[in-house]
Design a protein around this ligand. Structure first.
Ligand code: ADP
Length: 465
């Protein structure tokens, strides 16, 4: 029987082939226009002859660039799945071996297999592990990697433009790749896969919900809006954790609450990986809590969806999501009083900083919101909304500039005092919101309003101007 085993080995069962890859584009959500580019790659396989006849060059390699978990691997599989071709994969970190020659021979074997089983997609995960610019790493480890990279270049060139083996590689660092890799005929096409936006996140959640017993009234939008900054892998995990939740409680359907809860768990996990000192968490919490606590006093701003201190894409701090008002605000539908209330809310972080930390050690954490307040105050006065200037025919006269600025300042000061007063009267609520934020990092609408209920908001008069 030893001989038979050996013979089987000689036939060389493909080692890098992934069997049963059955991914379709419909399994990858939130791609928008990127999908068209990937559909074209499928056509290189299915309509290769047409491309060749028309003299269109088929790329040998495609780089999928983007952060971990956005679905690069999934997409590569979907390309193979849609084209109905074999899928070979290897992680480039496996190429890098301490034994000289191992990496290079693996690359050779990988491409040999892919060719024997063509048409096929070769997927190289984490290309940067082996594709960094040559000569940058000193010592024998560096030499070994250089040998591997050289072999990869040779293998890529072997298939150039024929469309029978197409290599798709993923990387989060296209900028550090060896220039030889991105030369024409090699990885000459880059596709960037960004983190999903609001709608993208909702679509991804829905894709993963397809195979789960979801309640009919699940509010995917609510979950999407509190998962800013999360990628597909994390969103998929939210659905999994929610399903476990449901099972544990002996229920038969996954509800919005299950999803919101597991989103919070996912987020805390994500945040625990972020470096922030306890003092900083608290400071950010005071900043965001102040806005929420002040906003809840105003009719157009009190519809708070959630409060978070999670650092999100494009935001250093957290944020308070107030529904409706944004829409109204954009459409210029806010009443005069609402605009003043908006200024007051934007000044709340600055006021809280003064109240909680004292004038002596003010930070700049509130700089952005203070800026918002200033420009809103100027529009208010410039728009002729200020009572003092209402109906003046020569309102925009050049010599009034100074006066307008002074009036904007006066309004800001009044709003600032208003914010301070609300915060002072709501210390209990502030402390409770800050505590929970530091603990949980995010509060859902329900959690926030529970605290409002419990610690009673004393509504002072709005600033009168
Ligand atoms: P990457 O290769 O970019 O690190 P993966 O493709 O490995 O990310 O994603 C891991 C998992 O996350 C996928 O198997 C899938 O379940 C989920 N996922 C990621 N992005 C998406 C997406 N756009 N649509 C649907 N699921 C996704």
């Amino acid at each position: 029987s030893g001989a038979r085993v050996r013979r089987a080995h000689n036939k060389r069962l493909p080692q890098y082939l992934e069997r049963g890859v059955d991914v379709k584009f419909s399994d990858v959500a939130g791609l928008g226009k990127i999908r068209l580019e990937l559909e074209e790659i499928v056509k290189f396989f299915t309509h290769g002859e047409m491309y060749r006849r028309r003299g269109v060059k088929i790329p040998g390699g495609i780089l999928l660039c983007g952060p971990p978990g956005v679905g690069k691997t999934l997409l590569a599989k979907a390309v193979a799945g849609e084209a109905g071709v074999n899928f070979f994969s290897i992680s480039a970190s496996q190429f890098v071996e301490i034994y000289v020659g191992v990496g290079a021979s693996r690359v050779r074997a990988l491409y040999q297999e892919a060719k024997e089983n063509a048409p096929s997609v070769v997927f190289i995960d984490e290309l940067d592990a082996v594709g960094r610019e040559r000569g940058l790493i000193k010592g024998s480890g560096g030499q070994e990697r250089d040998a591997t990279l050289n072999q990869l270049l040779v293998s890529l060139d072997g298939f150039e433009g024929r469309g029978e083996v197409i290599t798709i590689a993923s990387t989060n660092r296209p900028d550090i790749l060896d220039p030889a890799l991105v030369r024409p005929g090699r990885f000459d096409r880059k596709i960037f896969i960004p983190k999903p936006g609001l709608i993208g996140r909702m679509e991804i959640l829905k894709v993963h919900a397809r195979k789960k017993p979801m309640a009919d009234d699940v509010d995917y939008m609510a979950v999407a809006s509190m998962t800013d900054g999360m990628v597909g892998a994390e969103l998929a995990n939210i659905i999994e954790v929610a399903a476990i939740n449901m099972m544990r409680d002996g229920r038969t359907e996954i509800t919005t609450d299950d999803l919101l809860q597991s989103a919070q768990i996912e987020e805390r996990g994500m945040l625990d990986r972020k470096e922030r000192s306890p003092e900083t968490w608290k400071q950010v919490a005071i900043n965001e809590a102040a806005m929420a606590v002040v906003a809840v006093n105003f009719p157009d701003l009190r519809n708070i969806e959630f409060v978070t201190i999670a650092p999100r894409a494009g935001r250093e701090l957290g944020y308070v999501r107030m529904k409706m008002d944004h829409v109204k605000f954009k459409e210029g539908m806010l009443s005069r009083q609402s605009l003043l209330d908006h200024i007051t809310v934007q000044l709340a972080p600055r006021a809280a900083d003064e109240l909680w930390y004292g004038e002596g050690q003010l930070s700049t954490i509130w700089a952005e919101t203070a800026d918002n307040a200033r420009s809103a105050a100027r529009s208010y006065v410039f728009g002729g909304l200020s009572e003092k200037h209402h109906g003046l025919s020569n309102f925009w006269a050049a010599d009034r500039i100074n006066e307008i600025d002074l009036e904007a300042l006066r309004i800001m000061n009044l709003c600032y005092d208003g914010a301070k007063e609300i915060l002072q009267q709501n210390r209990k609520l502030m402390d409770a919101v800050v505590d929970e934020l530091v603990q949980k990092k995010s509060l859902t609408k329900q959690e926030f309003f529970n605290l409002v209920e419990m610690h009673g908001v004393i509504k002072p008069m709005p600033p009168s101007i």
